[in-house]
Design a protein around this ligand. Sequence first.
Ligand SMILES: Cc1ncc(C[n+]2csc(CCOP(=O)(O)OP(=O)(O)O)c2C)c(N)n1
Length: 567
Amino acid sequence: MNKPVDTPAATLTGAEAVVEMLRAHGVEVIFGLCGDTSLPLYDALVRLPHGMRHILTRDERHAAYMADGYARVTGKVGVCEGPSGGGATYLLPGLVEANESSAPVLGINTDISVSSRGRFTLTELDQRALMQPLTKWNAVLDRSADIPRVFRAAFNAMTTGRPGAAHIALPFDVQNGPVERKDVWGDPTLGSYPSRRVAPDPFHVELAAKLLRLSKRPVFICGGGPVIAGAQEELLELAARLSAPVATTISGQGSISEEHPLAVGVVGSNGGTPETRAIVDQADLVVFVGCRAGSVTTERWRHPAPGASKVIHIDVDAKTVGTNYKVDVPLVGDAKFALAALNEALSELKRPLDAGAVAKARAEKFAKFNALASSNDTPIKPERVVAELTKALDADAIVIADPGTPCPYLSAYYPVRRTGRTLFSNRAHGALGYSMAASVGAHFGRPSVKTVAVMGDGSFGMCAGEMETLVRYRLPITLIVIRNAVYGWIKAGQKTGYGERYFSVDFGVTDHAKVAEAYGVKSWKVEDPAKLGAVLREAISTGGPTLVDVVCQPLHEAMAPVSEWVA
Ligand SMILES: Cc1ncc(C[n+]2csc(CCOP(=O)(O)OP(=O)(O)O)c2C)c(N)n1
């Protein structure tokens, strides 16, 4: 009775504690979709003065992709939420992509009450079992008192070591139970990644320095690690010291400006070309940096050829190092620290810049590309789309590419002109329909730059409903649809590997511009290559969401960057 009204209560509800724990870790945006089991959480979100934005989505899958896009461009944890049952199964695709792509995304699914378990309760699902193999860390809460500890553990797991996704199931009655206010605290540094960096063993640094000194033609192959670690300066210093070409994976784009004389561009079977492959093949020492050396990057572990060169493998994840190649020196640690340590160990070394081979490879690669990119043929060639987009966008713009035509073409030929995350794709699972939602997350993460999503019509069919979200929030995002009425990448595989025995890959024509218009998105359809540049410039500079439907040459008729399909 006599308690002053402005004294905070000693206990919070579980839902209130969740909101406070997110805030304590610096969360600014939550992407999600409501449900019965989420009512206490939503009530806490509306009542408490937390300063976080909640972005209502039309599908939990896209909520998770938004959180992923947000995490990739901000260096912060992305947060998404949904209800029990279908909300959890729909959130899952985005969490597994984020986890395998080393993006820290926290997924929260509310759940049926602990007291209702095992009684054929509507939407009951074993969320622990569902999420366990697909996330870096997950938990199902049984008591409200555990909320602070569980959230701290989730943020710690997501942002330390190799970043990844975490999942928390939050039962209805746990949201209503009590939590002691004194337990509600968090370390805001765990809301950004990488946190708690580790440096490699100095003994291994010395061994690696020795190998680098002895090497005649070292080549770097950078995965997402240098971008995540912000190791671009250290990478450039070391590459310049050794006069070594720097190639990247698709996730590694942004490790180096692709205009730098030592930048090779992307290697591998989804964006690499014979010219970039040749640079890898001539190396006597390959340094993988924050890179898993997976099937795409190495064209099924053939480039580099095993045993053809010495290998130094830098990665924050000890399990990654040496998985696919026999490693001469393992360097387990944060990419920034590892490269800085190598620079220090090699401080006496300064080889004269010899970028002739890289310049030649780039010239040959782009000569082929430019010939096709200037073509006025119809349907419009994918190369023309990439060239016009490059002219229309400034270097800071964020471009997100779906699988199919967009990813290999953009990663091969759209020049990433600065360091940091400006061009990305969902490279872990490559599920169609990622780019539209990821562009929403990227926009909320970096609202001051233009964000563009490039998708095939197959992808469009998997995400069209989310245009309503773009319209509701009036997001200045441009969507580009590569229209060819075919699952082109797969048809191209049937062409090259299966004697042109085409089967079940063609679908009907959709007028994407009309669909967009129905949602309230300003749209254009382009068939004439000569008009494409002007339309793209107009779409990009128009406020609010825009869509350009480009009638394109199907991939199986076009020149794919590396026309070898690998699985
Ligand atoms: C969810 C999902 N299902 C299936 C695939 C297999 N797949 C890879 S590329 C591709 C075709 C893509 O078609 P589209 O989006 O129209 O682009 P195009 O290749 O025609 O440019 C398919 C079906 C996938 N990546 N994701």
